[in-house]
Write a protein that binds this ligand. Structure first.
Ligand SMILES: [Zn+2]
Length: 152
């Protein structure tokens, strides 16, 4: 199973995509497709590129890697993909991918897994922004609940 370019720009037309973003989106797609060769289950797209306007409406930070094509979100029922990545960080590294702390992508109705090719300061599995005490507590509780050691 491989993602194709239209899944990177769901909700947009190819002509909406800035030229410099286009190539980055393809690199991101290729990295995720490489991970998909190892991941034993199907994956479904949630979001790749997002415009500045839509990002602002959704309350996203203006440094979001979704704006530049460096990030791709995968729908992740039961956080199966995120948990697999937590247990196999070397697979992410081999694809040049970084994953956001899954504690922050639980969602309200459906979890997602945020993968990006932009290097993250806190490591392969990273803290996406400075946490409030509440977020820090939620994050630590997530890792504890899954019997995993938080890597950052
Ligand atoms: Zn994302």
């Amino acid at each position: 199973m491989k993602f194709v370019y239209p899944e990177m720009i769901v909700g947009y037309k190819p002509s909406d995509i800035p030229q410099d973003v286009h190539e980055t989106l393809i690199r991101t797609m290729n990295a995720v497709n490489k991970l998909g060769e190892d991941y034993p289950s199907p994956m479904a797209a949630k979001r790749g590129w997002r415009s500045k306007e839509d990002n602002a409406k959704a309350g996203g930070v203006d440094t979001s890697p979704h704006l530049t094509g460096h990030a791709f979100d995968i729908v992740d029922p039961g956080q199966k993909l995120a948990l697999w990545c937590c247990k196999n960080p070397a697979k992410l590294e081999a694809c040049g991918l970084f994953m956001e702390d899954p504690a922050m992508t639980v969602g309200i109705n459906m979890p997602w897994c945020h993968l990006q090719i932009r290097e993250a300061k806190s490591g392969t599995i990273f803290r996406p922004f400075p946490y409030t005490q509440k977020q820090e507590d939620e994050s630590l509780a997530w890792w504890k609940a899954h019997n995993l050691k938080r890597p950052f």
